[in-house]
Design a protein around this ligand. Sequence first.
Ligand code: CP
Length: 312
Amino acid sequence: MQLRSKDLLGIEGLTEQEITLILDTADSFREVSERSIKKVPTLRGRTIINFFHEPSTRTRISFEIAAKRMSADGINFTKSGSSFSKGETLLDTVLNLQAMQADLIVIRHAVPGAPGLIARHLDASVINAGDGPHEHPTQALLDMLTIRRNLGSLKGKTVVIVGDIAFSRVARSNIHGLVTMGARVIVAGPPTLIPMGIERLGVEVSYDLDRVIPEADAIMILRIQLERQGKIFLPSLREYSRLYCLTADRLRQARRDVLVMHPGPINRGIEIDPRVADGDRSVILDQVANGVAVRMALLFLLAGRKEMTMNQ
Ligand code: CP
């Protein structure tokens, strides 16, 4: 089986079979990172360009590591130091990258839809590494892999997503993926950070975190986007923390085997207590490890697809 599209632009629209294919492939690549020589020759000769218009630690570095572990030639490219400052457009930039025979472009961009725009103009594959508040598909895939590896499956599991649902690409991608995979999703947070009508995506809404914590198999804490402070979404950070910070006291109301998740970067003491972030229910660093495997899987399934088609 192959993915239907040459690109991964979002989780919305992926089938259960496609998500399962990506997670199964990632599971098989996890073992490579545990070897003393962490490398397979699978993508030798392929050129992968990581093009990050916004800051990133986890996503950018794990794509770089994934390309190296697959023996691809990885090129890293950020906005600063490029010809953007001379007025070159996004589309002209990526057409130039394609002219240099890039096989796959990974892009993070502040504008929702930017990866989709370039994908329509390129023969090369495109992976969305986060586009504004729209989608962050590789984050959702690594989150789903983490839940599946820890709890055995996604079907029937209750995942509570807490915080800034309105502006979170992580929440949006996870909602699409988890609902497609048969999980029950509850979004929790202040009314100002939960969009009206979000139930249409198949989720339940709660403004009372304490009420839903006991139902959770996994609690996914979102970063409060401090760069948005000063806008009207929260009365104060102290008020937010009082009601929605995942503290050790709150965690005591949860199942003993609940998973505590966070995509990072963490604001310690605001959305999550440091003792909980570092505690025995936390799988936050597991998520990071699974991120490398998911990105290896996607490079294999997309950059390797020409070869897979020729071999069929
Ligand atoms: N989770 C995530 O996207 O982190 P970075 O912004 O560091 O890539």
